[in-house]
Design a protein around this ligand. Structure first.
Ligand SMILES: Nc1nc2c(ncn2[C@@H]2O[C@H](COP(=O)(O)OP(=O)(O)OP(=O)(O)O)[C@@H](O)[C@H]2O)c(=O)[nH]1
Ligand SMILES: [Mg+2]
Ligand SMILES: [Zn+2]
Length: 308
C-alpha cells in the first residue's frame, strides 16, 4: 500500500500525488462508498489516502481514507439531503472578490465568512483587479476593507495582471493548504498561474470577462506552490453550505454580532424583535454595520436551510 494525497476528484476518478511527485489515477474500492452515505463523493481533494498501486505505477485503487481534520461541503441541491465534499484538511479559506467585472455582493462575502466561521477555518479576503478600478471603485474597496478588517478578517488588494501587491498574499499562503473560492471570473485560476507558471491552467479569455463569468474551472483541484504549500482552485460557486447550522446559532458566526449579543437582555435573543436587544441598538448607532445585520437577517430567513 502507498500513501498519497488526493489532488483532483471528478466523482469517479481520483488523481493521487505520492512519493516524490508521482501521480496515479485511481478509482475507489466499492466498499468505501458506503462509509459516508450522506456525501455523494466519499473521497475529496485534500484527503490523505492509502491505495493499491498497479504494476504500471500510474493507476491504482483507493482502499482507505485517513481521518480528516475538517472538510467543506456543498449541498448537492436545495431539496436533497445529499451533499458533496468540496475539499478536506483545509488550513485557510480565501475568498477572491472584485468590485467590478464582476461585482461581488456584500451578502455573498458574508455567506462565505459565516461558512468559514461555522467550520472554524480562518478566512481572508482578496480584492482583485485593482488595475480596473477608478476613483469610485477604489472608495468602495476601501470601505469594504475597513469594514472587514475591523471585524478581524485580513484583506489583501491586488492586481494579478500587473502582479501588484501579491507578495503579502504569497507569504500568507506559504506552507499551508489554502482553498481559493469566489464567483466565476474574479481571477482565481489566473492567480494560480501567476504563482506557479508551470501550471498553465485554463482561464477565461480577456474578452469574456465582461460577462458574469463562464465557469471555466469545473472541478476543485489542488496545486502545489513553488514557495511551499498548496492552493485548491475551485469552480466559481454560488456558495457552499454548512449542513448542521442551527438557525439559533447563526449569529455566532458573525463575530461582531456574537460579541455584542452578550449584552442582550435575553440569553436566547435572536436579535430580531426582542426587547432589550443590544445588537439592534448597535446596528442603529452603526457600531455594527447595517449591511452585516442585513446579511444576518437574510441568512436567518433562508429557506434553503429548512431541511434540518
Ligand atoms: N484586469 C484584470 N483582469 C484580470 C485580473 N485577474 C484576472 N483577470 C481576468 O479575469 C478573467 C477571469 O479569470 P479566471 O482566472 O479564469 O477566473 P476564475 O475566477 O478562475 O473563474 P472560474 O474558473 O470561472 O470560476 C480572465 O480574463 C483574466 O485574465 C486582474 O488583476 N486584472
Ligand atoms: Mg477558474
Ligand atoms: Zn439581541
Amino acid at each position: 500500500m502507498e500513501r498519497g494525497l488526493i489532488i483532483k476528484s471528478t466523482g469517479s476518478r481520483y488523481r493521487v500525488l505520492f512519493g516524490e511527485n508521482n501521480i496515479a489515477d485511481c478509482t475507489i474500492k466499492g466498499k468505501l462508498r458506503v462509509r459516508e452515505m450522506k456525501n455523494t463523493n466519499p473521497v475529496a481533494v485534500g484527503d490523505n489516502v492509502f491505495f493499491e498501486l498497479d504494476t504500471g505505477r500510474t493507476t491504482g485503487v483507493i482502499a482507505e481514507v485517513l481521518d480528516r481534520k475538517n472538510y467543506i461541503i456543498r449541498k448537492a441541491s436545495n431539496l436533497s439531503k445529499q451533499s458533496q465534499v468540496i475539499a478536506a484538511n483545509v488550513d485557510q479559506l480565501f475568498l477572491m472578490v472584485t468590485v467590478i467585472l464582476p461585482e461581488t455582493p456584500v451578502e455573498f462575502i458574508d455567506r462565505f465568512l459565516v461558512t468559514a466561521e461555522a467550520y472554524s477555518i480562518p478566512a481572508k479576503l482578496v480584492f482583485n483587479k485593482t488595475d480596473l478600478y477608478g476613483h469610485e471603485e477604489m472608495e468602495k474597496m476601501g470601505f469594504l476593507i475597513s469594514l472587514y478588517s475591523k471585524i478581524g478578517y485580513e484583506c489583501f488588494s491586488i492586481s494579478i495582471i500587473r502582479n501588484e501587491n501579491t507578495e503579502g498574499l504569497k507569504v500568507s499562503m506559504k506552507d499551508k493548504i489554502n482553498l481559493l473560492s469566489g464567483n466565476s471570473g474574479v481571477g482565481k485560476t489566473t492567480l494560480l498561474n501567476l504563482f506557479n507558471p508551470s501550471l498553465n491552467l485554463k482561464t477565461a479569455e480577456i474578452s469574456d470577462y465582461h460577462k458574469q463569468g463562464k465557469h471555466i474551472t469545473t472541478y476543485p483541484e489542488m496545486h502545489p506552490m513553488p514557495f511551499g504549500g498548496y492552493i485548491i482552485d475551485t469552480p466559481g460557486i454560488r456558495g457552499f453550505g454548512v449542513f448542521d447550522m442551527d438557525r439559533k446559532e447563526i449569529y455566532h458566526f458573525f463575530p461582531e454580532i456574537f460579541k455584542k449579543s452578550k449584552e442582550c437582555r435575553f440569553y436566547n435573543c435572536l436579535h430580531l424583535e426582542e426587547p432589550g436587544c443590544a445588537v439592534r441598538t448597535a446596528v442603529t448607532n452603526e457600531e455594527i454595520h447595517p449591511l452585516r445585520y442585513r446579511s444576518y437577517l437574510n441568512i436567518m430567513e433562508d429557506d434553503n436551510r429548512k431541511y434540518r
